[in-house]
Design a protein around this ligand. Structure first.
Ligand SMILES: Nc1ncnc2c1ncn2[C@@H]1O[C@H](COP(=O)(O)OP(=O)(O)OP(=O)(O)O)[C@@H](O)[C@H]1O
Ligand SMILES: [Mg+2]
Length: 273
């Protein structure tokens, strides 16, 4: 299998790697829960998943955007944590992804949104402090599970703002009590143009396409996409995700690139350019 390659994030990789090493070496007696921020598509989720894999750590991913406070319809935290039953007496990372979605409520009903934001944070507060939590079980009955060996990681892009600090998080609506318990913040770097080039050159998707479109010259694909990346570097809000979009467009649309064209992609049945 190909080795994971995370480009441009060596600093945050080593900082988080250190935390995970401490967590494992202390057998979960030391649990430095933390928040990871950084622009969308810069590798937050990718970094956490890859590091857990590298360190052989069990990981449970939960999506904060789908969690609602207990009592509000939907998925509450006590349901989302049910899979922890499978990791009894193991060290495990609970990766709370899209954490920022709890705070950036868009045009939804703001008093309900606020109630949910506070409610979910309160549920996390309880969990971060205690050894056990009750989860939703069979027949709607709750029962306790051990959470004393869980390290919590919260990740979010927070409007793609750079260098998010504890103060900025507080302004977004993260409670002081929460930051008191999860007081470490790490940032992924914004990917440079060179980083994007490297990711393109190592792209598995590109290789797969080239295996199907055998007439297409690799160098010209790479050249066109690099030109596009360079010209649009400043207004790219997709981070590394733009690379797969461009590769798909290149092959599906016969060499034409352009984000504004995404809506009219036409599919060809014949695989030639
Ligand atoms: N630094 C990187 N090096 C190599 N590939 C990357 C990097 N960052 C992102 N990618 C690629 O882009 C995809 C999306 O990245 P990821 O899911 O980690 O973004 P994210 O920072 O979590 O963004 P979001 O805030 O939108 O969730 C990854 O699966 C990976 O293929
Ligand atoms: Mg992500």
């Amino acid at each position: 299998m190909k080795k994971t390659q995370i480009v441009g994030q060596s600093q945050v990789m080593s900082e988080i790697g250190k935390i995970l090493d401490i967590f494992v070496a202390s057998n979960a007696k030391i649990r430095p829960h933390f928040i990871l921020t950084g622009a969308s598509g810069s590798g937050k989720s990718y970094t956490i998943k890859s590091l857990c894999k590298m360190k052989n750590l069990e990981m449970l991913e939960i999506n904060a955007a789908q969690i609602t406070k207990e009592g509000t319809s939907g998925n509450s935290l006590s349901k989302a944590l049910v899979p922890l039953e499978n990791y009894t007496s193991k060290n495990v990372v609970v990766f709370v992804d899209e954490f920022d979605k709890l705070f950036i409520s868009g045009n939804s009903n703001s008093s309900l949104a606020n109630e949910i934001t506070i409610g979910v944070q309160n549920e996390f507060l309880k969990i971060l402090e205690s050894k056990y939590t009750s989860v939703y079980g069979n027949y709607g009955k709750y029962h306790d599970i051990d959470i004393s060996r869980v390290l919590f990681i919260f990740a979010g892009a927070f409007n793609n703002e750079e260098k998010i600090t504890l103060d900025k998080l507080r302004k977004f609506g993260v409670k002081t009590e929460f930051l008191g318990r999860v007081g470490l913040v790490y940032n992924t770097n914004k990917l440079t143009l060179e980083d994007l080039y490297t990711i393109l050159e190592n792209s598995e998707l590109l290789n797969t396409y080239l295996g199907i479109f055998t007439d297409v010259d690799r160098d010209s694909v790479v050249k066109s996409i690099k030109e596009y990346l360079k010209k649009n570097y400043e207004n790219n809000t997709l981070g590394a995700r733009i690379i797969n979009t461009l590769i798909n467009q290149y092959f599906i649309k016969g060499g034409r690139l352009g984000i504004e064209d995404v809506e009219d992609i036409t599919f060809q049945t014949k695989l030639d350019l």
